[in-house]
Each structure stands twice: as C-alpha cells, then as structure tokens.
Design a protein around this ligand. Structure first.
Ligand code: AHR
Length: 851
C-alpha cells in the first residue's frame, strides 16, 4: 500500500511528463509508432563509465532517439567510489524465455555483474558473479573480466567473457547458479551491434520490443527529471518563485481531542568515527598515536609519513622486542635526548587545569613537559621507570592557556615508552579515559534519546578484514586492537564499546550499536576484488556468536563470560541494551541476504527482547530500498534503518513521505539524513521535514541527522552537525534545529488544521505546524516553520485543551544563506505567542504549560 501510494504520486508526475512528450517528438512518435520498435542498450565512457545503462529507440534502425540521453536506467554499484569503481562497461542485455530482461556488464574486476528487470525501469538486486575462481596470476596481475556476452544453447544460457586475454564461458539455466568457467574454444562471434546517434558510434545490444515498454521508459525518465528539477530549489529560486508574494496569514486550529501516541525518542544522535570524530574528537586523549601503532596500511601505503612515528619527532627509534602487549607491538626507545608529540594539530591546554599524564615505561628516569610552540615550559614532572614495563602517572598543570602545545619526554639515559597519554581531568562526567567536555556537552544539550555507533560505514568497514570488531575495542587500553578507519586514518579504539555504552548511560540515552551483516561496505576498495563477497559461510557461526556475545557483554550477569568483562571494566550492572542494528545501508545482494537472515534469526532466537533494526539500503527508493523492505516484511522486523542525503528541495517536497507508510509493517529508524548543506535554508528544510516526521511519529520511532562531528582540516564528509578544532566547537544552524526538536519532544501528536490566506501549493508546503504534548512536563509544544521569504502571521486557536497563559517562545530566524542564526528564547503570554509574527525564514517553538 505504502509503495502503491508512492507510485501513484509518481504517476501524477508522469502525467506532467506526458504533457511534454505529447507536445514534442513524442507526438510524432505516437502518430508513427508501430506496435513494436527497436531498442538499443548501451553504456558510454562519460563520467568514467559511471552513468550506467542507457537506451535508444528507433522504428527503422536508422533514426535513433536516445532516451535521456545520458539517463541512467541502471547504475553499477560495484566497487569503491574511486575513479574506476561504480563503472559499467559493455552491458549486454538479453531477454529470457520467460520475458525477463537480464543485464550483464563488466566492472573492471574479475567478476561480472548481473541484474534483471521486467520493464527496464525497475531493476532487481545486483549480484556479482565470479568468473575464473581459480585464476592464478603473477604477483601484480589483476584479473579483469571483459566482453561479457550471452548466447543460448540446449535450453541453457552461456555467459561468455574474456579474462586476462583468454576466453571462457559459464553455463546457467536461471542466472543464479553458474557452472565453473570453461575455456571457450568456439567463442561466439561478436553478439553486439553498433548504432550511430548524432555522429556518435555506440556499441550495445539490439532488441525488438513493444512500444508500450519504451513509452513507459520515456515517461519514467521524464518524471524523474521533472522531480529532480522540482527538488532543485534555493534561496535564489525562492526569490523568483515568490516575487510579489504578500505576507501570509495562517489560521491554525488545534484540536486537543484528536491525538495519537507517537514515539517519544524521535531525536537522537548518529555517532560515527568519521572526520576524526573519535580520536582527535570526542575521545578526550590529547596525544596522537600514543601507542606508536599508526601504520602505512591506515592510508593504504599512499602516505609514507603515516607510520609508527606519525605525530612524533625527536631522538628515538621504534622497537618491537618484548612489547607491553602482543596487540601493541611497537614502542619508542629514547636515547639521551627527547621525543615530542604534537597531538592533533597541536595540544590545546588551559591554564591551571589538571591533566593526567600516563605512560608505560622502562629504563632511565625521564622528564615530561608540556611546551608552547616557542619552547616555553608550561608544565613539567619527572617519572622514574624501572627495568621492566610499568605504568606511571603524573599530573601536569599548565601555567598558560595555549592551543598548540606539544608534549616532550626527555631522558639523559635510555628510556622506552609506550601508551603515552594525556587527558584533561575535566572530562564528561569526570570519567577516566573520558570524553572531551565541550563536545560531549553539546551532544548532551540536544537531549538525545539514543546514540547510534560506531557508524555508518565504519561499522561494516572497507573490505572483509576491516569489519568493525567490538571485541577488539574493550579491555585494557594497551590490549585493544586499533585499525585502519574506512575514512582514511587510524582508529585507536580508545573510545570502544565500553565507553560508548557508558556515554549512553551518562546521557540517559538508549544505546543503538550497529553491526555489520556479515558483509563489508559495498563501496569497499580494499582486499580482493573491490566488492567483497561476505564472510565465508564456514566462518559465519563465529561471527554470529560475536554478535550474541555483544548482547551478553551489555546485559549479561557478572557470572557470564562477557558480563564478567563488563564488570571488570567497572560496570557490574547491566547496561540494559535494548536495540541492535544489523547492517548499514547495504547493497541487498544474495550474499548479503543469506548472512543477514542468519544473524537476525540468531539474535531473535536467543534474545527475543532485543529490538533488531534491519537495513533497507542507502536511498529512499530503488532496488536496495525495495529489496530491504521485502526482507524486513518477511522477517517481520520491528524496525528498519532508512538513510537519505537529499537537497533542501527534496525535504520541502517530501514532507508527506511517511504519511502513506503501512502502520502494520516495520517501524522506521531514520538513521541518517541531511539536506546537503549548513546554511539556514538547509536547516529550515530539515525543520519543515521534521514536522512531517513528528506527524508520523507512530511509524517513525527514531531519527538522527548525520554525520554528527567533524574536526576542521580532517573532514572527509560535509555537511556535519558540529565542527570543531582543538579548543573550539562550532555548532551549525542545523544543530540548533536538532536541539530544538530534541529539547521539545512529545508523547502525543495533536491534530491541527491550517488555513492560509494564500492557496498556492508552493506557499503552503513552506509553512508547517506540528503540535505535540510532552507527558513528563505536561506541556503543549507548538512548532511553527516558515520557509518563505515573507512573514507569516499566525492566529492559533486551541479547543478541548486547557492551557495556561505562560508560554516560552523560542525563535530561530535568519537570512537563508546565513550560517550563524541562533535561537532566542523569551517568556511571553500564550496569547502573544499564538499571534506573534513569524519573520521570513524562521522556526518557532512555543511551549505552554497546561492546566
Ligand atoms: O554519514 C556518513 C556516511 O554516509 C555513513 O558512513 C554511511 O552510512 C553513509 O553513506
């Protein structure tokens, strides 16, 4: 139903498209078209071959009309986002005996890709099929499949391809199970054709099809283009669209009798270790590479400076004999001299505050100093190691506030050091190994109801070997196993699963750990053939057990294996974990589904009380979304995780996205969303959209803007919610929208009706109202959004609800290009609040005490 309604909306858009078609060459085509036409399937090398599958049609095989012309009917999802990934070359389309189209293509790797479709518009899941499983190349040889072609013989299909210069074929009956590859002594002639469109010679496959099929493809292409155009709004387009618009009057009637229960945990945070969000970010450690474990591999060998000495300088060498822990093999030996660490772009310290320095050391007595960039000593202490490894602690109290200090250790003899650490004593809730106070406070101010961690893509990793393993992140710091972060740096795991759970508890937020579904990120570029093929099935039992062990670690009694480890870390009481996410916006392939079902079932069986959150791909529509929902329906998952990063216009135009969702199916966790910008226009489009999320709080249970944190100069992804450097935090305007929603949640959604003095649809979709009642305070909360360049004068009337005359009125307003708007709060009378003019581009939150 949900999807039917959405498609009928698309249908409406298609009507507009028909108008264009009927008025252009389409009419000509309509008059002349026979029942059948020729259809040509091809790809081009434009955009590095990433534009996917294209089509052209013709009635006579002479005059060809490209549909689009670069319109992508199917895009390859194979490989990484790099220059060669996601490319489609030599697509080969075939229609099987049952009338289903199959598209095969080469992906610059030793697999060929396949997807199928009935109508060439909606495509099934993509699968990547290994060609020569036993290819033995010389050292650096990379096996690449090319020239995939399909022929038919004796009721079977033969998939021909060449690999490393040799020709092979594999047999299949159903495009699912393939024989192993056989050398192709009798390889078929070229099964591809050639056409010319506007002088460009294109290679592809030629088909004869019903006109209605092509007609539908054209309508679809037009409707997608129309929609994209509509979503492409900006403050500039507003000034054209709303030229001459007069201030708008809005009569708002709130009916206290019509209400529904909604989720009271709609606002939470998405924490991923991206943009240095953990090390160099929320994790309070001030020393970079404290354990000398950075490695060339963190940056795939592309940066020689990124090695065990990264962030260190001075008179030392890296040694490995007799390390402090087998998981921490490197340490530094300082000989009659000093070693210095520059932290993360300098160490920011505050005058007269205390900093805990600790180090594992052996050898000669040494001095530790905090020094400013001009060499001034800000703090100093002596530590005296013995001949064997021992952890030593001293407190440093700098005399000055500086943002770019460095830490120096000097010795007149030979001193070995490892796990060199400096933490401010003032951390969030004063925890040891704690979190940076200003950042954690900014998060706490949002009143998040949940925290998702550790990603994002970090959770499923870049390649099989890079899947995040929670067990590597607990226990004594020196025993944790750091690894390459998918975003191109090193993660120390100092901020590990124990600290995440502790943070959630300190915030009073639910923990939402997300674990890989037995497959790495579909954008993986590391290890093997780009796209990975999932944890081998023979290793899956162990992986499933890891997932189950996590729940025991969080909730098990101190007498259980993993509950005991939690207790040893200082938390005998269970963390009361309720949610577990399986998968992160994965490509829904057969390989994925097999592993995903296995993990979900195991969790459901052993821990039926745990709420499993499934995944439905990276977009709000398309194959992964549909296939993910199909599996969720089948597994009757309680919640699925939706992700979408879209333009502000998309958020403005899709406020009704969840209105048509089927209430009997899985609920939604909108786990990642953002409107691609940090201007006030973006923030306001998110505020508008969230009124729709609140209205649908009976189906959307949680929502988190993503990503959360970004360190300046180390940002891999924009936009983010809070930027920061060593000593400052810079919340964005989007942050203040999130904070206003987080601080003003409701348990009940109260119906309201809005009547505007202007009936233009573009005007009405830019004015939104959401009314909720918060059980804890008993307050009625009215949110009003005005995303128009003119003022809106509301007149709010409430029936069937007893409110007092005391209102708190918060307004966030500004120029749409602005990045510095901040909310301003005042106490006013309810009457005044209900008629107070909303300035152009503004978001108001009115909080009223009820009687
Ligand atoms: O939020 C940044 C990234 O966006 C996440 O890691 C991933 O899940 C999504 O593609």
């Amino acid at each position: 139903m949900k999807r039917f309604l959405k498609h009928s909306f698309c249908g409406l858009i298609s009507l507009f498209a028909v108008f264009f078609i009927v008025s252009g060459f389409g009419l000509k085509a309509k008059e002349e078209k026979p029942d059948k036409v020729y259809l040509f399937a091809y790809s081009t090398v434009k955009n590095n071959g990433k534009n996917g599958l294209h089509f052209a049609w013709s009635t006579d095989q002479k005059n060809w009309f490209a549909i689009g012309p670069e319109f992508s009917f199917l895009k390859s999802d194979f490989g990484s986002w790099g220059p060669t990934g996601k490319s489609m070359s030599e697509p080969f389309l075939i229609k099987d005996n049952a009338g289903i189209f199959h598209c095969f293509w080469s992906v610059k790797d030793n697999v060929f890709a396949h997807s199928e479709s009935k109508d060439l518009v909606n495509w099934g899941r993509q699968n990547y099929i290994q060609g020569m499983k036993n290819f033995v190349g010389k050292g650096e040889d990379k096996s690449v499949i090319e020239n995939v072609q399909i022929s038919q013989k004796e009721g079977q299909y033969l998939v021909h391809f060449s690999e490393s210069g040799k020709k092979y074929y594999a047999r299949t009956k159903d495009f699912k199970i393939y024989s192993s590859s056989i050398e192709d002594t009798n390889s078929p002639q070229n099964l591809r054709s050639e056409i010319t469109i506007q002088g460009e010679v294109l290679q592809g496959t030629l088909h004869q099809v019903e006109w209605s099929l092509v007609d539908n493809m054209i309508r679809n292409m037009e409707s997608v283009k129309f929609r994209d155009k509509k979503d492409n709004t900006s403050p500039k387009s507003d000034s054209l669209m709303f030229v001459g618009l007069k201030p708008v009057k809005a009569e708002i009637k709130i009916n206290g009798q019509e209400s529904k229960k909604i989720s009271n945990m709609l606002t939470g945070v998405f924490f991923e270790d991206i943009n240095y969000a953990a090390d160099g970010g929320l994790y309070g450690e001030l020393i970079q590479n404290r354990d000398f474990e950075y490695s060339l591999n963190d940056k795939k060998g592309r940066d020689e400076k990124w090695n065990a000495t990264m962030a260190w300088s001075g008179d030392f060498k890296i040694a490995k004999e007799n390390p402090i822990h087998a998981n921490n093999p490197n340490y530094a030996v300082i000989s009659k001299g000093s070693i210095s660490n520059s932290g993360f772009d300098g160490i920011a310290v505050k005058a007269n505050e205390k900093y805990d320095f600790s180090v594992f050391a052996k050898g000669t007595k040494a001095t530790v100093r905090l020094k400013s960039s001009n060499g001034e000593i800000l703090a100093e202490a002596i530590f005296s190691p013995t001949t064997s490894w021992k952890k030593l602690n001293v407190v440093l109290k700098p005399t000055k506030t500086v943002k770019d200090a460095h830490l120096e250790i000097s010795t007149s003899g030979e001193t070995a050091v490892d796990m060199v650490s400096l933490f401010p004593q003032k951390t969030f809730k004063n925890r040891k190994n704690g979190l940076r106070l200003d950042l954690a406070d900014a998060i706490a101010d949002m009143h998040p109801k949940f925290v998702r961690f550790p990603g994002g893509c970090v959770a499923h990793g870049d390649g099989l070997h890079n899947i995040y393993k929670w067990k590597n992140t607990i226990g004594p710091l020196e025993s944790r196993i750091g690894m390459r972060n998918i975003w191109g740096y090193h993660q120390s795991m100092g901020l590990g699963y124990f600290e995440y759970f502790q943070f959630c508890e300190d915030l009073g937020a639910e923990a939402v750990p997300v674990l890989a579904a037995g497959v790495p990120c579909q954008n993986s570029s590391d290890g093997g053939s780009g796209q990975q093929f999932g944890i081998p099935m023979e290793d899956m039992d162990e992986y499933v057990q890891d997932v189950l062990d996590l729940i025991e670690y969080a909730n098990g009694s101190v007498n259980t294996t993993w509950g005991k480890k939690r207790a040893e870390a200082g938390h005998p009481k269970p963390f009361n974990l309720k949610y577990v996410g399986i998968g992160n916006e994965d490509l829904i392939s057969d390989v994925f589904e097999e592993r995903y079902r296995m993990i979900v079932k195991a969790v459901q069986q052993k821990y039926p009380e745990i709420i499993v959150i499934g995944t439905v791909g990276p977009f709000f529509e398309g194959t992964d979304y549909n296939e993910g929902w199909r599996i969720a329906d089948d597994l009757k998952l309680p919640i699925v995780d939706e992700h979408y990063y879209q333009s502000p216009g998309w958020f403005i135009n899709n406020q009704n996205f969840y209105d048509s969702y089927d209430r009997s199916k899985s609920k939604v966790y909108l786990g990642e969303y953002a409107s691609r910008g940090n201007k006030f226009y973006n923030a306001l489009s998110e505020a508008l959209y969230l009124t729709g999320v609140e209205r649908n709080g009976d189906v959307v249970t949680m929502a988190s803007y993503a990503p959360l944190l970004a360190r300046e100069k180390h940002t891999q992804w924009n936009p983010d919610l809070i930027y920061f450097n060593g000593d400052e935090i810079k919340p964005t305007v989007n942050y203040f929208v999130q904070k206003l929603y987080g601080q003003n949640p409701g348990d009940y959604y109260i119906e309201s009706a809005v009547k505007l003095s202007d009936s233009n649809d573009e005007v009405s979709k830019r004015i939104a109202v959401s009314v909720v009642k918060d059980n804890a305070s008993g307050d009625l909360i009215v949110k009003l959004v005005n995303a128009l360049p003119v003022a809106v004068t509301p007149s709010v009337a409430i029936s069937n609800f007893s409110t007092t005359e005391n209102a708190t009125y918060t307004i966030l307003a500004g120029n749409p290009e602005n990045t510095t708007a901040r909310p301003v709060t005042q106490k006013i009378s309810t009457k005044e609040a209900f008629s107070k003019e909303l300035p152009p581009y503004s978001f108001a939150v009115i909080r009223i005490k009820t009687k």
